[in-house]
Every structure is written in C-alpha cells, then in structure tokens.
Write a protein of this length. Sequence first.
Length: 469
Amino acid sequence: MFRCLRMIAAALLIGSVPCQAYLAAPAGAQPPDPVPGQDVSGSVPSVPQILAGVQEWIDSVVPRPSLSPAQDSPLVDAGGLTDDVAALRSASMPAPIGDAFIDDWPSNLEDYGAGQIISSRDVTAASGVLLVPVRSVVQLKYRTNDSHDAASYAIASLILPQGEWTGPGERPVLVNNLPINALGRDCNPSYGLTHGFTSKTNIADYIPPTTQLALLRGYAVLITDHEGPRMAYAEPYVAGHAVLDGMRAVRNGFPDELGDSRFAMVGYSGGAIATKGAVKLMAEYAPELTSVVVGAALGGVPADFEILSRSMNANLASGVLMAAIFAIGRERPEILGAMNHLAQWAATSALKDTCTGTFGLTGVLMLPVDIAADIPDPLHSSLAQDIYRITRMADKKSAVPLYIYNGEQEFWIPAEGARALYQEQCALGVPAVYRSVAGEHIVAAFTGYPESLNWLDARMRGEPAPNEC
C-alpha cells in the first residue's frame, strides 16, 4: 500500500512540472513541447488539457502492472471483456478473508430463487460486540442478483432481542443499512459480529446506536453486507438487490415469528445509497414487499454522483471518491478499462482490501480523479455520464413512504442532491418528508437522527406516513 502511495505522490510532484512550465515560464524562455492534442494557437491551455498531458506523462513513466490472465469464475465474469480488462478485473477483486461462509461462491447458485437461503450459521456466541442483550444472532447466505441481474449472493445478519414481543402484530424488523463504505470483505458488519472488535471495525456500526436502540425497543434488526461479494461500494443496484433479498430471506426462513412482520429501512451516507436502491427497485424487483415495508429513512444522501464529482474531487474527500469509482468498476468494468497504469497499480495493490479509514487517508494528497484515467476529462466523459445516469436511477418511484434529511452546511455531499430526490419522489406521488438539518456530514448524522427515529417508530407502530410534498 505504501509503495502505491509513494508512486502516486511521486507522479503528482513530477507531473506538476509540465503545468508549472505553462504557468510560470521565465520571460524569453522557449515554451515546452505542446501536450498531445492540445490547441497551440496561443491560448492558455485549459485545466483538462493540462491534466490530459499529465495522464499521458504518467503512462509514459509508470509501467503497466504485470497481471496474470483472468481466472474463469463467476466473481470475475470475463465474458465480453478484453484480455487486459478481464485480467485487471480479476486482480482488483477483494481477496478472500479465510471464511468459507463469506468467501465461497455457491456452485449451483442459479438453482436458487432470489432471496432463497443457501446456508446459515448461528453466531450468537460473538454477540457481546452488540453491547445489549440478545436472544440470537443468525447469519444468512442467500441468492441475490448483481448490477446486471446475474446470479450472485449476499450475507445478512438477523439479530433477535431477548423477551417476547408484546406490541401489536408480529415483531417488527428494522433493516439497518450501515454505511459500510469499504473495499475489503473484513470491513463488513458481518465480520465484526463474528470476530469482535478489530482494527477494521467501523465506528458507524455503533454510533449512532441504531441497532442497539431498536433491539432495546423489541424490534428484530437485519444488517446486510450490501456491497455484495465484489465489495461494490456505492453501486445502488447491487446494494438494493441485496437488501430486498435479505428481507425475502428473513420472511422465508423465519415464517412463524417474522413472516407477517412490518419492515422498515434506515440508512445514512453509504447506507442511504443502499436504501435508495432498495426503495426504487422494490416495485419491479420484489413487488411482494411493497405491502410489507412501511417506510424508509435516508440521511446524508449521495443521491447524484455527478454532484459528488464536483464536491469531492481534488480535495480531502478525493480518496473516498476514487475508491467509490473503483468499486463501482468492479461491477461495471468499463470503468476499469479507462484507468491508466498508475490507477491499475492502485487497484491491484493492498488498497483494494482496505476500509474507509485507510483509503480515505489518501485524500490528504488532494489528487484530482483525472490523473487516474487514460481518457480526457473523465468526469465529463460519455462514460461518466452513463454512470451518473445509471446510478441516479431517475424516475424510479419509491414503493414506500420516505423520510429524507441532509445537512444544510454539507460541502462534500451537498443538500441539493437530497432535495432533488425529495422533489423527484413527490412528483411521482410518493408520501415524503424532507428535513434540512444543521451541520455538515458528521454533525448532520446526529442533528437529523432523533426525528428520523421517531418517524420510523411511528411507521413500525402502523401509523400512516405523513405527506409534506
């Protein structure tokens, strides 16, 4: 990992020489050779032109990594890819973590229906990490679909509290879509539930204490590893399918206790991506759940990646943005095919198995995403426009009422995306509430939290959702 960071820093520092030559050449000095493809009519080159020159320079000094041919496996699915892109996709996949329940791709996966349980295991013995008393913790491995509707699998953890449910109906289930925001499988919440606190434990699994409060209220809690086996961080179709099929697995696997339960969803930040994917895909992918799920609360919503390409690029958030682009590329390999040699080194290095706390640190370099590509102006390219369109999921109607909130002082995930999502869903006829709360991303996670829980509790009690559209 540190070798990769040194290469990035060196490339940036050396690559700044051509830029400085344009901007600070001494009087009378010979101008540098033009950047390939640059307009040399005498005008000052644009930033995209300069960055295009840096991209080409990087590929001229950084060799392409030597990669083994792609292994023929469902995880890689090299069909239709060039040999180079297939090899890169194979080498960039998350490494196994030594847990067959998590790592092993079922050989007969296509024989299972969506949401059908493949295997399960009881991990109640490790439940001390939940910090509240529980009756049981069961992990489910079940069939789901990837972003292209091909057979895949997901892992979810079902937590049942102690004591009988004394409220109306069957015990409700809160689907807590945690902000996993990671590239490695041992960053998933299921790993923490089986291995306890480690250096990779995500503090967002515990703060705010949504799981714990729900359990103390008597709700069951379902926590899905919604990035899927490829750890496709920020890909909403993978996450939405995994969440919906997790609910199917619970209803099918625990019919006596939870077969007629109300379900509700909550997610903040990366968890809001999964929640948005689930509510927008529900009507077409899992229509039987539309009468079961009573609402969803989303906060700090990364609803539009085109907005994030402006707000998170070339600043302290750029490490997170680069990781999300790379992780979406695991599902959509056309992104991998647009990477230059330097990015290919990063994508196949130890960085590919890190959690937010590690890859987020690369933001201190404040690198623009452009230097990782081999196409001009990548964030405004036709490829980028396709990804923005796909992940925006525009005009897909939520099948359930929504509670949306965002920090008004947000600078990395601006409130304009959350407001646009609210307005879109109102126009489609969805009962919705929007709250502008004080703070940026971290502060808003707390200032918007209490009212979102009150809204969820009311839905779980069977109260009709308010509509403030």
